[in-house]
Design a protein around this ligand. Structure first.
Ligand code: HC0
Ligand code: SF4
Length: 581
């Protein structure tokens, strides 16, 4: 260890600790802008680029960036001398001199780290602004994400998420000096890059440089159109995070409030993606058992492991990186898309309406869902099964805009039939949940026995890669789990190399699964928030009267009245898909 003083307070830290972290130990919060610490995910971003975090170290001529300067024995550090404060302000003025001043209409306004820092440092004037020329870039709009590089401050956080955590490598620093920014190779548009639309870059961007495509105006227009019946579905992870946008603690469950608010917004039917998740389990679980059965009989054409296919970021990553393994993922569509397909067939029939008269809106913790619902294979004669997908943040905004008092609103329940769901569906929202839900159903279908224990705690947690063997009445089923695309790559590479032997694998692109999705209230790299959301998911599951997908009475009815049985021809046509490289 080494001993030092910071602002006249003594502290002892491990060798190699940065001044920033040592100060934190003393309760001193040195301001940072580019720095980001996601230690639970093994990620740290410290390019020491912005120089906002500089401190004065006795005996050194230059100010030191505290995020990347290590403590040494006897160091005397001052974090707020006039020289330091002056330097911070100057740095901030320089950053702002090359930044648009359209805060009033910026999509990040009110949630912008740069704006907050300007307030904190008391910036009132930007010297030379009258004649300063600003660097400008072409705006890039993809199906899910907007890049506005005029607002890029070169913090490199997005690059760290995309390259180090996701190993996608869609973004890197380009150009020099004044014209530098972060962009796909050759400054192409995002939709020409290997981007998966996971949105993790958006989730950490401190400014309005990376934001989601806003679908709320289209949703408002659809609700206002008397010729349209507008149906909304809400993803499992939304209910454990939406409250944060209204000042509630992370992990507060707001399922009933969310449902009531959606009804007040004017949706004709408030349904649940969880219904689609139960349906996914019926199809994917059956597919898993069929493949497993054939494999055990020695059928050489059958590929194992089966991979879950409900995360669109993961599917895109898979299509880009594993074109030799396209027959491995389950062909089951995601819950979002299964829901849309059933809403525009079965439910449209019940209403006596055409699919064109229905508008299906999804509320998702995810930005890739915006892209997924636009994919051509999920359209019938050009009409998409899911018309618009809005993020948890966008829903919060709609609620605020409509003067709904979210804190006070009385809880309501979803409509039926497509609002009924089980605990198995809820846990889809966290890493490990999809495979646990599948096990609950597959076990009972396979063994004909009732599961005594529903909580498969061996599949839970937040470690990046996990594995467990579940005993299916004498048949050991090996399960792998990964969240974050970098972890997925490691796991898949070992499968491809034949080093591991899994029967089924669940993969989710975002940290923690959907609860840490790119469309959620920004977690700013705080893993405690993701943990709290995960706990809430398991609480919701534990409190549900039905916790196995195959026991959902409306799913049973759907098969009886409409689909026949899982993997029937009709089910295949409506609920399964194919993959493309
Ligand atoms: Fe998910 Fe989903 S669980 S991907 O994480 O499978 O986005 O929450 O809606 O579709 O259900 C996201 C969350 C979903 C889907 C479900 C799956
Ligand atoms: Fe990379 Fe994901 Fe951002 Fe695309 S959305 S650039 S894959 S971090």
């Amino acid at each position: 260890t080494v001993k030092l003083t910071i602002d006249n307070k003594a502290v002892e830290v491990e060798k190699g600790t940065t001044i920033y972290k040592a100060a934190k130990k003393l309760g001193i919060d040195i301001p940072v802008l580019c720095y980001m610490d996601l230690h639970d995910l093994g990620i740290e971003n410290k390019p020491a680029g912005c120089r906002i975090c500089v401190v004065e170290v006795e005996g050194r001529r230059n100010l030191a960036p505290s995020c990347s300067t290590n403590c040494t024995e006897g160091l005397v550090v001052k974090t707020h001398t006039p020289r330091v404060i002056n330097a911070r302000r100057t740095v901030m003025e320089l950053i702002l001199s090359d930044h648009p001043k359209d805060c009033l209409i910026c999509p990040k306004s009110g949630r912008c780290d740069l704006q907050d820092m300007a307030v904190k440092l008391g910036i009132r004037h930007i010297p030379g602004q009258e004649f300063a020329e600003m660097s400008t870039y072409r705006k890039d709009t993809s199906p899910a994400i907007i890049r506005d590089m005029d607002k890029c401050i070169m913090c490199r956080r997005c690059e760290t998420m995309c390259n180090d955590f996701q190993t996608v490598g869609a973004l890197s620093g380009v150009n020099r000096g004044f014209m530098s920014c972060v962009a796909p190779a050759f400054e192409q548009d995002l939709d020409k890059s290997p981007c998966t639309y996971c949105g993790q870059c958006v989730a950490v961007c401190p400014t309005g440089a990376l934001t989601e495509v806003d679908h709320t105006p289209k949703v408002i227009r659809a609700i206002a159109d008397p010729k349209k019946t507008v149906i909304v579905q809400t993803a499992p992870a939304v209910r454990v995070a939406l409250g944060e946008e209204f000042g509630l603690k992370p992990g507060t469950l707001v399922t009933g409030k969310m449902t009531a608010a959606l009804r007040q917004l004017g949706f004709d039917y408030v349904f649940d993606t969880d219904f689609g998740a139960d349906l996914t389990i019926m199809e994917e679980g059956t597919e898993m058992l069929t493949r497993l059965g054939k494999f055990l009989e020695g059928d050489k054409d059958v590929k194992l492991p089966i991979l879950t296919s409900c995360c669109p970021g993961w599917v895109t990553f898979f299509e880009n990186n594993y074109p030799d393994m396209l027959d491995v993922p389950s062909t089951a569509k995601s819950p979002q898309q299964m829901f849309g397909a059933i809403a525009k067939s079965y439910f449209a029939e019940q209403l006596g309406k055409t699919r064109e008269e229905l508008v299906v809106v999804s509320v998702m913790p995810c930005l890739a869902k915006k892209y997924e619902c636009q994919r051509d294979e999920f359209k019938v004669d050009g009409n998409p099964d899911v018309d618009f997908s809005i993020s948890t943040r966008e829903l919060a905004h709609l609620i605020k805009e409509s003067n709904i008092n979210f804190a006070e609103i009385a809880e309501e329940d979803f409509d039926r039939p497509m609002g009924e769901s089980t605990g198995a569906a809820v846990i889809f929202g966290t890493t490990g949940g999809v495979i646990e839900a599948a096990v609950r159903t597959a076990y009972e279908l396979q063994t004909g026995k009732k599961l005594e224990r529903l909580d498969f705690t061996e599949l839970r947690g937040l470690d990046g890669i996990r594995s467990a063997t579940i005993d299916f009445n004498g048949l050991p089923v090996n399960i792998g789990i990964a969240h974050g695309l970098g972890n997925a790559r490691k796991l898949l590479d070992s499968v491809r190399a034949g080093e591991v032997n899994f029967h089924a694998i669940e993969i989710m692109a975002c940290p923690g699964g959907c609860i840490g999705g790119g469309g959620q209230p920004l977690h700013h790299g705080n893993i405690a928030i993701i943990k709290a959301r995960q706990e809430a998911i398991y609480r919701e599951d534990a409190g549900k009267p039905i916790r196995k997908s195959h026991e959902n009475p409306y799913i049973i009815k759907l098969y009886e009245e409409f689909l026949g049985k899982p993997m029937s021809e009709k089910a295949h046509h409506l609920l399964h898909t194919a993959y493309f490289d």
